[in-house]
Design a protein around this ligand. Structure first.
Ligand SMILES: [Zn+2]
Length: 399
C-alpha cells in the first residue's frame, strides 16, 4: 500500500461523511420534511418552528445541531424515542469507544513497534509497509507485543459488551416498571378455541375452560368476530360522509360568492345532499343490525383475547400448553394494541405455518437475488485475484 491510496481512501470517507451530514442538516430545515424528522413531536401535536420564507440559510448546512445532539441525555432519548432508539444510539457509542481504543493502541503502540524494524528497501520505494506487521521478521520478539495488544483489545471489547448488557438490562427493567398498566401485558391471545355444541358458540367454552383451570387469575374474555361486512359498510359510510361534506363546502362557497346567479345549481346540490344523507342513514342502520348480539354470535372466530388479573397469570398461561391435544387452546402473549393485525387473526391456525414458510422463502429469495448482482460487481472489481483462484472467470474477459 502506498501513501497516495491511503489518502484517497481517507478523502473518500471524509467526503461521504461530509455530504451525508450536510444533506441531513439541509433536509431537516425544510418544512415539507417535518413528518420525517419530527414525526414524534407532530404526533404529540407539539409545534415545530421553521423558517417559512425562502432565505439562503434554509439551504446552507449548519453545525448548530451537532452540539445540541451531544447534550441530549439517555433518559430523554428513552422518554421520546423508546428503548429501541436508545439501544441504536448506544450501539453507535459502543462502536466509537471500541474503535477509538483500537486506533489508540494502533497509533501509540503498534505503529512505533512495526516501524522500528524497518528495512532499507521500503524507504526507497516510499511504501507504507514499514508501518504494518509485514515489517516484522518471523520469530521476532516484537510479535509478542502484537499478541498482547490483541488480548488487550479482546478483553476491552468483552468488558464493553458486559457493561452495555448490564446498563441496558437496568434500563429495560426501569421501562417495564414505568409501563405498568399496559393492556397487552395482562392479555393472552388464544387460538383454536373448540366450539361448544351445547350453547352453539365459542365464547362460552373460553369462559368454562379458563374459569375451571385458572380460577384465581382469570378475569374476562373478548371473542374476535369476522368483521369483513361491517368493515366494508364502514368504508362506504365514510365515503358517503366525505361526499356530503364536499357538497356542503361547495354550497357555502357558492352562497358567499353570488347568491342569485347560482340558485338553481345550489338547489340541485341540496337534493343531492338529502339523497346522500338518506343513504348514510341506511348504511348506519345496516351496521347497527350487524352489530347486535345475535348476529355477532354467528360471526365468531375461534380466536379470543383473554384478560387476567395479574401479569404473572397472563405470562403463565401464554407460556404453557393448555390441553393434551397440542392443536387446540393455543396461547401466546397478546400483541401491543397498535400491533394487532386483525386480518391475520382471521387466518386459520392450520394455514399459519404455511404463511410463515412463505415469508421465509420470500425473504431468502430477496437475499439471494440481492446477493447475486452485488457478488458479480465485487467479482469484476477483483478480477485479477478471481482469475488466479477460479480459472473459469477468464471467460468474463472474453465477453
Ligand atoms: Zn357452552
Amino acid at each position: 500500500m502506498n501513501p497516495e491510496s491511503l489518502t484517497a481512501s481517507a478523502a473518500i470517507n471524509f467526503g461521504l461523511a461530509f455530504i451525508v451530514l450536510s444533506l441531513f442538516s439541509i433536509l431537516k430545515k425544510q418544512p415539507s420534511n417535518a413528518s420525517i424528522f419530527y414525526a414524534r413531536r407532530l404526533s404529540k401535536r407539539q409545534q415545530v418552528h421553521f423558517e417559512q420564507s425562502f432565505t439562503l440559510s434554509r439551504f446552507l448546512p449548519s453545525v448548530a445541531w451537532i452540539p445540541r445532539a451531544f447534550r441530549v441525555t439517555e433518559d430523554e432519548i428513552l422518554d421520546f424515542g423508546g428503548l429501541d432508539a436508545l439501544i441504536v444510539i448506544r450501539l453507535f457509542k459502543f462502536g466509537i469507544y471500541f474503535f477509538g481504543f483500537c486506533s489508540l493502541i494502533g497509533l501509540v503502540v503498534l505503529l512505533p513497534i512495526n516501524f522500528g524494524d524497518q528495512d532499507e528497501q521500503s524507504i526507497i520505494y516510499h511504501s507504507m509497509d514499514p508501518f504494518t506487521i509485514s515489517n516484522i521478521s518471523a520469530g521476532s520478539n516484537r510479535l509478542w507485543v502484537h499478541f498482547t495488544c490483541l488480548w488487550l483489545i479482546s478483553f476491552y471489547g468483552l468488558y464493553l459488551l458486559y457493561k452495555e448488557y448490564d446498563e441496558i438490562s437496568v434500563k429495560r427493567v426501569q421501562l417495564l416498571r414505568n409501563l405498568r398498566h399496559r393492556p397487552d401485558q395482562f392479555n393472552v391471545l388464544v387460538r383454536q378455541v373448540p366450539f361448544c355444541n351445547e350453547h352453539n358458540a365459542y365464547g362460552c367454552s373460553v369462559d368454562h375452560f379458563f374459569s375451571k383451570y385458572h380460577p384465581n387469575s382469570y378475569c374476562s374474555y373478548q371473542m374476535i368476530h369476522d368483521g369483513k361486512n361491517i368493515e366494508d359498510l364502514m368504508h362506504q359510510a365514510k365515503s358517503v360522509a366525505r361526499k356530503i361534506e364536499g357538497l356542503r363546502g361547495r354550497f357555502t362557497v357558492k352562497k358567499c360568492d353570488k347568491e342569485s346567479l347560482l340558485l338553481d345549481v345550489s338547489q340541485e346540490d341540496d337534493v343531492k345532499i338529502a339523497l346522500f344523507e338518506e343513504k348514510l342513514q341506511e348504511i348506519v342502520h345496516k351496521i347497527r343490525q350487524l352489530q347486535n348480539e345475535s348476529m355477532m354470535k354467528g360471526k365468531e372466530l375461534p380466536v379470543a383475547f383473554v384478560t387476567f388479573k395479574s401479569r404473572h397469570g397472563a405470562a403463565l398461561v401464554s407460556q404453557t400448553q393448555q390441553h393434551s391435544h397440542p392443536l387446540i387452546w393455543i396461547t401466546e402473549m397478546a400483541p401491543e394494541p397498535r400491533d394487532v393485525s386483525w386480518r391475520s387473526l382471521e387466518i386459520p391456525f392450520r394455514i399459519l405455518p404455511l404463511c410463515k414458510i412463505g415469508a421465509i422463502v420470500a425473504a431468502s429469495l430477496l437475499t439471494i437475488f440481492f446477493a447475486v448482482p452485488v457478488t458479480a460487481v465485487q467479482g469484476i472489481a477483483k478480477l485479477e485475484k478471481l482469475k488466479k483462484w477460479f480459472p473459469p472467470a477468464m471467460a468474463m474477459e472474453l465477453m
